[in-house]
Design a protein around this ligand. Structure first.
Ligand SMILES: Cc1cc2nc3c(=O)[nH]c(=O)nc-3n(C[C@H](O)[C@H](O)[C@H](O)COP(=O)(O)OP(=O)(O)OC[C@H]3O[C@@H](n4cnc5c(N)ncnc54)[C@H](O)[C@@H]3O)c2cc1C
Length: 813
């Protein structure tokens, strides 16, 4: 097929994800779109995938993406009139421990929230679902009735047919060879000619880093991903399975022994066994083993030795597996981003370019991924908040070795439980505070935040700091005593938190204030003051929150979460086109939070700051003889200041603050302290799943200001008609575990909302949950329940004010 000279969108890559993106664009009315595939469709990872389609996920966005995709697949064959072998067999996940059962309870709750029914199973129930199962070492399991397997090539072809029917073009055997940019348009080059287009999508699967290189001259970054070699094998037919299937008229459910780390599926009348082995292997990472230009429809050599331990374990679990030999092994490339999640969304730094690659469960997720990619392109936003897969979640610290180390870690722990206090060890120490060594010396137990190492808590000599010590869902652990002490030090004395990596931008130039007013929902602070500002999207949902410090009429510093650096820069980037100067100064300064009732005395002893200046002011001052920007604010909710200083000067300042009596505290303490104040955390409590009004931020919205701002009309209409949901603070009668993210909130047994943040408040001595519930249930005193790992705990709505120091008297002291 010849290539057209123009198109609205060009998608590079004809695996399931690229094709699904094309299908959704065409269904959305964008028929003038082209997909380029270098070989035949599915030639990358898609053709050899096992085709398992779970709905299971521990994250809301991804589970939603899978829920939507599988729903689409169930009706797709009829919709486009293309046959698809899709077996909805249901699946069992096996639990070897109480902790795993708790994880399943949590996921079953998440599923219920979106209308999916998963069921907890006793060992006997497992055997009823799966008669060939041995029950040794099992606590129980989880039944997912919608799991199954689909033919990956057929579903891709069906999506392609649907796309073509709606007017889009699929052009096979036509590699894209590069991109250039002219007059604000992309030109995608091929050997058959150039295509001029508005938008371009990198859906090149494991080749995505190669395609990504073409975007480097246009503001792009090296794509953070590594390729793993992933295997499964098929057995010869097994008569007992054939007989069972014949008798029952269906296939056996899919089995996942997640603690051992493999899946086992019926394939015709034999088995398909696919482990995720600890001794896993990356591919194409060494200079003497580069990625070939073309690996279409090829596989790696078999390497069954690597799987031996898993095969033996599976044979003990389902002895039928051992009755027949291996008929075929598949060892293929699978791309891994550093956290094993897809890269799906805007390409960082590059205009009108999107990414949809690095899928490890691309068959299960492809249907939903296409919807999300198409929404990004057509509407500039997505229906659900998809931060967990947004490519901007990674910034400049992901070099090749980091990607390899993380890919190996994630692949080797594909099914691992993600405990709330567990910190993954690979790929660490990418970005260090100038105080790092000192903090580690003081017992700092570190965690990575956008690559920056920060202390989560400070251990005392003799405390258990092992990784095993964190393998618990419970609040209590080696850290708890110390976190309590840290919170008490902040409450009663003064604490110091070293906080490198705050994202920091400076925005200056004539008209900067006016430009910002047209972007944020609220008002700007006066010169010398700071304020929180919320950036809504066109639907009035929370895109981001920034602290705005005003130095002059048109001179601002904007400070935001560490992980928001690239995301938020892109929100501010249009300022360039208005002639304003926008600079990312994240790497120029670092921060200490010094807070607690004794903090004023501490600063009096250390410098020349004017400590009479009120809450939410800032000033240039000297602390320990070093020039600093001193901001009177405290995310911990006590009297306090943030010290912003150069990297060079900070060690002397930190030492002086410690010597003056401040106790170091960590991120766990800060999280507890901020929840007691009801302060929201970005992408935890604040996301594009909710509007500003639903998020309880009306006091930050100025409907009466003359400037228009994104989402103003939507928010006004919501205000007139009433919000669907409202933000609440709950006190929960939790036992030993606090409410996890997305725990269900119930009223009379019915799900009426969800928890965003949950944790213990050490100053108030209670378990707190911040969440959203149906409006009508937000009145103080309303009695609700919160589902914590399957246990329903009583909860009561609190007055709409901070739990700690409701009048903010301590902050203003
Ligand atoms: C052994 C194995 C088993 C698996 N089992 C499962 C499973 O059970 N369930 C599941 O959900 N997932 C599974 N996966 C993962 C799944 O295969 C992938 O997530 C999925 O196929 C990714 O699809 P994609 O469209 O992103 O990439 P790909 O299928 O790799 O497609 C990318 C396409 O881009 C094309 N391309 C690259 N460069 C260019 C260019 N310059 N110009 C034009 N075209 C280009 C390639 O030819 C390729 O066809 C498995 C993977 C492996 C290796």
């Amino acid at each position: 097929m010849s290539v057209p000279s123009t198109a609205r969108v060009v998608i590079i890559g004809g695996g399931i994800v690229g094709v699904s993106t094309l299908y959704h664009l065409a269904k959305g009315g964008w028929s003038d779109c082209v997909l380029l595939e270098k070989n035949e469709l599915t030639a990358g990872s898609t053709w050899h995938a096992a085709g398992n389609c779970p709905t299971f996920s521990t994250g809301y966005g991804v589970m939603n993406m899978q829920r939507y995709g599988l729903e689409l697949y169930r009706g797709l064959a009829d919709e486009v009139d293309y046959p698809i072998n899709y077996h909805v067999t249901g699946s069992l996940r096996l639990a070897h421990s109480h902790e795993r059962m708790m994880e399943f309870e949590r996921v079953a709750g998440l599923a219920r929230h979106m209308g999916l029914e998963m069921a907890m199973c006793t060992p006997d129930e497992l055997q009823q679902h799966y008669p060939f199962l041995e029950l040794h070492d099992l606590e129980g399991g989880l039944w997912d009735p919608l799991d199954g397997d689909i033919d990956p090539a057929q579903v891709t072809q069906a999506l392609a047919k649907g796309a073509r029917t709606n007017g889009a073009k699929v052009i096979r055997f036509t590699p894209a060879t590069g991109v250039s940019r002219e007059n604000g348009e992309w030109i995608v080059h091929t050997e058959k000619g150039d295509i001029r287009c508005e938008y371009v999508v990198n859906a090149a699967g494991y080749y995505a880093p190669k395609v990504g290189e073409w975007f480097l001259p246009f503001g792009g970054r090296p794509v953070p991903a590594a390729v793993m070699s992933h295997q499964y094998f098929l057995t010869e037919p097994i008569p007992e399975i054939a007989a069972w299937s014949k008798e029952n008229g269906r296939k056996l459910p899919l089995l996942r022994d997640v603690d051992t780390s493999y899946y086992l599926r019926q394939e015709t009348s034999g088995f398909n066994l696919g482990p995720y082995e600890r001794n896993c292997q990356t591919a194409w990472t060494r200079p003497d083993d580069p990625m070939p230009d073309d690996f279409s429809f090829q596989l790696y050599p078999d390497d069954l030795d690597r799987l031996e331990w898993y095969i033996e374990d599976a044979m003990a679990r389902v002895p039928l597996l051992g009755t027949q030999g291996v008929s075929r092994n598949i060892n293929g490339p699978i791309p891994y981003a550093p956290d094993g999640m897809p890269m799906l969304g805007p390409m960082p730094g590059v205009p009108n370019a999107f990414e949809a690659h690095s899928f490890t469960f691309g068959i299960a997720q492809g249907g939903g991924a296409g919807k999300i990619a198409a929404e990004w392109i057509m509407h500039g936003c997505t229906e659900w908040d998809m931060w967990s897969v947004d490519p901007r979640r990674y910034t400049d610290y992901t070099d090749k070795q980091y990607c390899i180390d993380k890919a190996r870690e994630v692949y080797g722990h594909e099914y691992a439980i993600h405990f709330p206090h567990h910190v993954w060890p690979a790929g660490r120490d990418r970005k260090l505070s100038p105080n790092h060594d000192r903090i580690v010396e003081l017992g700092g137990q570190m965690g990575a935040y956008n690559g920056w190492e920060r202390a989560n808590w400070f251990a005392a000599p003799g405390d258990d700091t092992s990784e095993e010590g964190t393998q618990t869902w419970k609040r209590s652990g080696p850290w708890e005593k110390r976190v309590r002490e840290e919170c008490e030090a902040v409450r009663d004395g003064v604490g110091v938190l070293d906080l490198p990596g705050f994202s920091r931008f400076s925005l200056t130039g004539d008209g900067a204030a006016e430009w910002l007013r047209g972007r944020i929902a609220g008002a700007l602070p006066k010169v010398g003051r700071m304020a929180l500002a919320y950036f809504p999207d066109a639907r009035g949902r929370v895109l981001t929150e920034m602290s705005v410090l005003r130095h002059g009429e048109d001179d601002f510093t904007l400070i935001t979460a560490a992980v928001a650096q690239w995301h938020d820069y892109e929100i501010l980037k249009p300022a360039h086109a208005e002639g304003l100067a926008l600079t990312d100064r994240t790497g120029e300064m670092t921060t200490l939070i010094v807070t607690g009732p004794d903090s004023r005395a501490l600063f009096e002893s250390l410098g020349d700051a004017d400590l009479s200046l009120g809450w939410l002011t800032h000033q240039q001052a000297n602390v320990a003889g070093k020039p600093v920007l001193l901001v009177r604010v405290s995310f911990a909710g006590e009297l306090g200041w943030e010290i912003h200083a150069s990297f060079e000067d900070m060690p002397a300042i930190y030492d002086a603050v410690l010597e003056a009596g401040a106790r170091p505290f960590g991120m766990y303490a800060l999280n507890s302290l901020r929840m007691e104040k009801g302060y929201r955390a970005w992408k935890v409590d604040l996301s594009t799943d909710y509007t500003l009004l639903e998020s309880g931020l009306e006091r930050f919205v100025r409907f009466d200001k003359p400037q228009d701002f994104p989402g103003k009309a939507a928010l006004l209409s919501e205000k007139q008609q009433g919000s669907a949901k409202g933000f609440v603070t709950l006190i929960v009668e939790a036992e030993d575990c606090d409410a996890p993210y997305m725990a269900n909130i119930l009223k009379d047994g019915e799900i009426v909302g969800e928890v965003m943040s949950g944790g213990w408040g050490y100053r108030i001595g209670a378990s707190i949950a911040l969440g959203l519930v149906r409006s009508g249930l937000t009145a103080p005193g309303t009695e609700l329940e919160v589902e914590i790992y399957g246990r329903r705990c009583k909860a009561a709505v609190q007055p709409d004010q901070p739990l700690w120091d409701p009048e903010n008297a301590r902050l203003r002291a």
